[in-house]
Design a binder for this molecule. Structure first.
Ligand code: ZN
Length: 107
């Protein structure tokens, strides 16, 4: 990642959210990040067994609340544009990551 001095980007705020969730979830090995087509995000910490380690958090970058569509459908699955797990360092081994991804994201 290049370190531009650009303004606050969406990815930076996403990473800041991930860091905050990890800090509040000692059991977590990573945070599932789900990006929705409206620009809102859903996140939840996961533990080493692929179980939830925090509540699901929804937020919208630089907004006080999530959008109306998300309020209505709670971030429906068919609006997901990208989902991945942002691992805490040191990240689990590959087999464990794979197990967690399958369990959490169903891939
Ligand atoms: Zn939304």
């Amino acid at each position: 990642m290049t370190n531009t001095k650009a303004t606050h980007t969406t990815e930076q705020s996403e990473q800041a959210m991930v860091a905050g969730i990890l800090e509040g979830s000692p059991e977590a090995v990573g945070v599932a990040v789900i990006r929705l087509d409206c620009g809102c995000r859903k996140m939840a910490a996961v533990d080493i067994h692929g179980d939830p380690a925090s509540k699901i958090i929804m937020y919208r970058d630089q907004a006080e609340s999530i959008c109306d569509q998300c309020k209505a459908d709670n971030g429906a699955f068919n609006r997901v544009v990208k989902q991945f797990i942002s691992w805490k360092e040191p990240s689990p081994d590959f087999a464990t990551q794979d197990m967690i991804v399958r369990k959490v994201l169903g891939e």
